[in-house]
Design a binder for this molecule. Sequence first.
Ligand SMILES: *[C@@H]1O[C@H](CO)[C@@H](O)[C@H](O)[C@H]1NC(C)=O
Ligand SMILES: *[C@@H]1O[C@H](CO)[C@@H](O)[C@H](O)[C@H]1NC(C)=O
Ligand SMILES: *[C@@H]1O[C@H](CO)[C@@H](O)[C@H](O)[C@H]1NC(C)=O
Ligand SMILES: *[C@@H]1O[C@H](CO)[C@@H](O)[C@H](O)[C@H]1NC(C)=O
Ligand SMILES: *[C@@H]1O[C@H](CO)[C@@H](O)[C@H](O)[C@H]1NC(C)=O
Ligand SMILES: *[C@@H]1O[C@H](CO)[C@@H](O)[C@H](O)[C@H]1NC(C)=O
Ligand SMILES: *[C@@H]1O[C@H](CO)[C@@H](O)[C@H](O)[C@H]1NC(C)=O
Ligand SMILES: *[C@@H]1O[C@H](CO)[C@@H](O)[C@H](O)[C@H]1NC(C)=O
Length: 385
Amino acid sequence: MKFCLLILTILAVVVNGNTKANVLQFENLGYSGTYNPVLELKNIDSDSCTCVLGDPVAFNGTAAPLNEQLSVHFRGPLILHKFAAYYSPNFITNNDNSDSWNRIAYYDDSQGTANNVTFLTNAGANSSCLGNGLSYAGSDGISKASSATILGENTLIHSNEEFVIFSNLSCGSSSLQGDCGVYRPNIPAFKGYDGTVKMFLFEFEMPQENNGNEDIINYNSPAIWLLNAQIPRTSQYSMNSNCSCWASGCGEFDIFEIMNNTHSTELLTTIHDYQGTDNINTGIIIPGYIERNFNSVMKGGVIFDNSGNAVVFMSNSTTFNNTITAATANGWISKAGNVVNDALSSVSYVPPKSSSKSKGDAGQIDKSFMSQITLGIFSLIFWLT
Ligand SMILES: *[C@@H]1O[C@H](CO)[C@@H](O)[C@H](O)[C@H]1NC(C)=O
Ligand SMILES: *[C@@H]1O[C@H](CO)[C@@H](O)[C@H](O)[C@H]1NC(C)=O
Ligand SMILES: *[C@@H]1O[C@H](CO)[C@@H](O)[C@H](O)[C@H]1NC(C)=O
Ligand SMILES: *[C@@H]1O[C@H](CO)[C@@H](O)[C@H](O)[C@H]1NC(C)=O
Ligand SMILES: *[C@@H]1O[C@H](CO)[C@@H](O)[C@H](O)[C@H]1NC(C)=O
Ligand SMILES: *[C@@H]1O[C@H](CO)[C@@H](O)[C@H](O)[C@H]1NC(C)=O
Ligand SMILES: *[C@@H]1O[C@H](CO)[C@@H](O)[C@H](O)[C@H]1NC(C)=O
Ligand SMILES: *[C@@H]1O[C@H](CO)[C@@H](O)[C@H](O)[C@H]1NC(C)=O
């Protein structure tokens, strides 16, 4: 049995992302580690703009550091029809007697409802070290608005265009001790969705890009992903790794991500932190993909349960009701189809405070075979001991 699993693990590693699946699952998510929060943003409107990181902050436990506030990010070509966030006191995958889910945030484009949802986008002021800051998004998702605006029905954002969803809870004042840490001045600063046990559901389309401009970055490569909400509140796309906590490992989870136009139908799932890897740029990619359907509405999401499972699934059975029983959610997963599972190592890497990595981005750069090899080695060690 152990031997078969070993062979299966090696096979899964060798095929490296070519297994088609409906469920992509990490086990053993969460570790004890540290990251460096931003302490200071200096001279942000001048060419001498710099950022200073603070002392390491320790985290531990199930899903850590992804148990912290998360913001929800969308990149085109994409139409978002529905979004919902749920909490549960103690949901456990495969256990129908565990606790049900309660909806705490909901967006429905056809109804024009946005409960506990704030749409922001990177259309704020530019800065030489921080890039463009957050602003409210207009109903098109990408223009700057002067106040919170609900995304319009059937809004299509194009390649490399992005918007972000936060909760509707405003951050307290910007400080290391504050409820949102240090954040960029003059942005609409909202909290993300926090907690260990949470679920995000999406109803969306990722149509083939039709604007013909293949030279633009992330052409025809849509994505839905989660960031530690501190990252966009300081700087999502900085050339200076001291301007956000990303490089030191405060956390990113790519739920459904097209990496490039040559693999334009393969939605991958990736974690970027230091659990089982020292390469945060590549992160750990689950060796399988969920198919992107160009011409139909897709439904699915990600469940972070109370046992350290992070389960990404695509299922037409997905519903957005106020409460979802454990049996219903487990049914979406168990009936979805093929599962690719990836047990994360408990071994973690401690990054140096000052990292040479240059860019805290959505996780699309410097993808290599390395993390799969690392994963293989950890799996080997696991099965041989
Ligand atoms: C684990 O993290 C919690 C905060 O989430 C903290 O209160 C606790 O002291 C930490 N425990 C250890 C052993 O680091
Ligand atoms: C946040 O959203 C909830 C749920 O829709 C609503 O009850 C509450 O009034 C909103 N709070 C603010 C500050 O907008
Ligand atoms: C923001 O400023 C930087 C240089 O400070 C520049 O390279 C970049 O093109 C600017 N971005 C926009 C959108 O204007
Ligand atoms: C809105 O989301 C925040 C952040 O996750 C949560 O703490 C709060 O309870 C939610 N509000 C409602 C009304 O559910
Ligand atoms: C980041 O901060 C460290 C000091 O903690 C400094 O040595 C390093 O040069 C800074 N990096 C950049 C890109 O400014
Ligand atoms: C495109 O993405 C796939 C994963 O979907 C990856 O295996 C491949 O190396 C990438 N190609 C390029 C040119 O980056
Ligand atoms: C889900 O529904 C869409 C139509 O909305 C259909 O094209 C697709 O094949 C369905 N997927 C599955 C797995 O049944
Ligand atoms: C969701 O609510 C609808 C009624 O609005 C109901 O018909 C359906 O059975 C519910 N689904 C689940 C999974 O609870």
